[in-house]
Write a protein that binds this ligand. Structure first.
Ligand SMILES: Cc1ncc(COP(=O)(O)OP(=O)(O)O)c(N)n1
Ligand SMILES: Cc1nc(C(=O)O)sc1CCOP(=O)(O)O
Ligand SMILES: [Mg+2]
Length: 213
């Protein structure tokens, strides 16, 4: 399962583009995974949009997650759901999803990371890794030291999220992340496919350096 570049959609930060267009253009530029994130969309509309994105992701071999809404994820044919520490608890979600359904969990420290791994999370995200202006209630960044501590304690993929762009993606990978999740570094750019491509290259080359190539 590749999580190198994971793009979270946001219509408020996307230059007027719809979630579906943001997801399509991100995948075109090389995103391995996309997440539909909308706190205000009515459920029926969200299922319709999620179903569109699920089709695009499937056609292009990308993973598709829905934020918060396990019902919408299951109804739309998404690959998985992303859950935060205040969302549906992992154990409840794991108990009712099919075996191949993916669950990502936000964590802020080693304890939460280990609990998520033990509870059957497929990946975790250090939320937020750096300060971000894209999520009002994100709080201060936990930093690269916390990321490296988590990486030494868990085996499932770890993503950095929050305040990450081409300028610091390599630092996040060097600290032990398997991938990077972003909004503004891709979604807010004029040319989304090119921005995704550049992020992906930065991540790939950091991974190559880490592997000693
Ligand atoms: C990949 C990824 N990581 C973290 C989050 C944040 O989830 P959460 O803490 O539940 O906050 P909201 O996004 O729901 O506001 C995420 N969505 N995706
Ligand atoms: C969706 C989300 N979750 C976060 C968390 O910390 O849990 S930060 C975030 C937004 C990340 O946007 P950007 O790449 O523009 O900083
Ligand atoms: Mg959430």
């Amino acid at each position: 399962m590749a999580y190198d570049l994971y793009v979270v959609t946001d219509e408020g930060l996307g230059n007027g583009l719809s979630h579906t267009e943001i997801a399509r253009l991100s995948i075109l530029g090389g995103a391995d995974a996309v997440q539909l994130r909308d706190k205000n969309m009515p459920c029926r509309e969200m299922v319709r949009v999620a179903s569109e994105i699920a089709d695009i992701a499937k056609e292009n071999g990308a993973l598709f997650f829905v934020n918060d809404r396990l019902d919408v994820a299951l109804a739309s044919g998404a690959n998985g759901v992303h859950l935060g520490q205040d969302d549906l608890p992992l154990e409840y979600a794991r108990a009712i999803v099919p075996g191949d359904f993916l669950i990502g969990v936000s964590v802020g420290n080693v304890k939460e990371a280990v609990l998520a791994e033990d509870g059957g999370a497929d990946y975790i995200a250090l939320s937020p890794t750096f300060n971000t202006g894209s999520k009002d209630d994100a709080g201060p960044g936990h930093g690269l030291l916390e990321l490296s501590k988590i990486s030494s304690r868990v085996s499932i993929p770890i993503l950095g999220i929050g305040g990450i762009g081409v300028h610091n993606a390599a630092d996040v990978i060097s600290a032990g992340a398997n991938g990077v999740a972003v909004i503004s570094a891709v979604v807010s750019q004029q040319d989304i496919p090119s921005a995704a491509y550049e992020m992906k290259e930065a991540i790939r080359s950091a991974k190559d350096s880490r592997a000693g190539f």
